[in-house]
Design a protein around this ligand. Sequence first.
Ligand SMILES: *[C@@H]1O[C@H](CO)[C@@H](O)[C@H](O)[C@H]1NC(C)=O
Ligand SMILES: *[C@@H]1O[C@H](CO)[C@@H](O)[C@H](O)[C@H]1NC(C)=O
Ligand SMILES: *[C@@H]1O[C@H](CO)[C@@H](O)[C@H](O)[C@H]1NC(C)=O
Length: 466
Amino acid sequence: MSSLGYFKLLVLLCALLILSVESRKTQLQNTINDVESSDDGAKGKRWAVLVAGSYQYSNYRHQADICHAYQILRKGGIKAENIIVFMYDDIAFSPENPRPGVIINEPNGDDVYKGVPKDYTGVDVNVKNFFNVLLGNESGVTGGTGRVLDSGPNDNVFIYYADHGAPGLLAMIEEDLLAKDFIKVLEKMHQQKSYKKMVIYVEACEAGSMFQGILKNNLNILAVTASNATESSYGVYCPGSYPSPPSEYYICLGDAFSISWLEDSELHDMTKETLKQQYKVAKRRAGSDLEYTSHVCHFGSEEIFNDYLASYIGSNPENVNFTSVGLTSSPISNSNLVNTRDIPLLYLKRKIQNSPMESLERQEAEKKLFEKMNHRKQIDQNIIEILRLSVKQSNVANLLTSTRTAEESLVDDWDCFTTLVNSFKNHCGATMDYGLKYTGALANLCNMGVDVKQTISAIEQACSIK
Ligand SMILES: *[C@@H]1O[C@H](CO)[C@@H](O)[C@H](O)[C@H]1NC(C)=O
Ligand SMILES: *[C@@H]1O[C@H](CO)[C@@H](O)[C@H](O)[C@H]1NC(C)=O
Ligand SMILES: *[C@@H]1O[C@H](CO)[C@@H](O)[C@H](O)[C@H]1NC(C)=O
């Protein structure tokens, strides 16, 4: 070939190279644009509702998880006007917070509190407001900024909820969020065509019970939960574990499922990672292969698993070069996970250890710890007694947790369930902290068709014995 021939070939090769780079560029642009547009070509938006349902400093981690998620969504390009945040907002400026005005979610993490909007705070973090926000019902919300979802049939909705839970319910400051009520709201949203697809992440104990057997597969909703219907969830970055928070923190900075998906999202290219991939990462990292930890579970429309995460939580353009899925983070070991229900005790123990000998602070923490331990023992006995009186036999160990299979709803008669749960709270002082872990046992009673009035008498009787 003549040198002119070589030259022509070279020019051709260069042109091809440039073309291919250009086409890759457009391809990249397309993926990102596609995220905002829906499959039928009409423009769709991404919406998010972030909820920390707890309060009090010992529950630091829930608000930390939610704030962290907000930062990730914003960096991922989700518009501020499309994100609604619920959090009590008593952590950042709590007198117990060693860094006033700052919340961290990882031992060496940045402040995640800065810039988080305060749509619903304090007692405005309630079930009625949450439901009306989801339903886009402006006249139904009280307090707060009054912002509600304004999403339509082409839009994707992402809900992330971090809080205490118990079989059949999630906590909210003053009132519980019942599984069957939540499902009803989701079904109504589907009827109203207020979303195209929805992804729900729930960090809580027994979180699977919010969806198991009751979330239908045909609503275009995928729910991923930190735990199955009958087990606790776990806190991480706790005092005494590795890595631990800075020594001045007596609380856990995060939750196992939550930090698994948050840290994965923070690092990787969400335009190339599917929900299924992240589910696997979170399941593995949160320790589902270990015997005594929780199982990350999923419910609802499995086909959503094939979607890229960017369609729900956005994608930080700075992460384009981290295309691999975050399988590099190894499972959190048992010794670095703390059962959520033990975190309040851990907090008080740390406080006692770190307060001066004769200080009022120390005495108060000692008193609280003593009371909490006694109350736990009491509730453990109460529930056995309630079951014995209700089923009129002495061996009731098999009824202590829900006996339902993985496909069944925890309970069929939700009115019976709600009545018994309220009675258990009122007469036995059961709280989200610990006692309400036994609501699965109350569900069993309802499933056996007990007489509700007689069971309430049994609850009153069992809990009047001190
Ligand atoms: C909005 O909420 C109010 C108050 O809860 C309720 O009366 C009304 O029916 C709701 N509207 C819609 C459209 O759901
Ligand atoms: C990604 O890698 C390319 C090629 O090495 C580089 O030019 C680009 O700056 C990187 N992008 C980011 C956001 O780091
Ligand atoms: C739920 O978790 C518990 C405790 O970790 C385990 O024994 C049980 O088999 C799990 N159930 C399902 C349906 O995964």
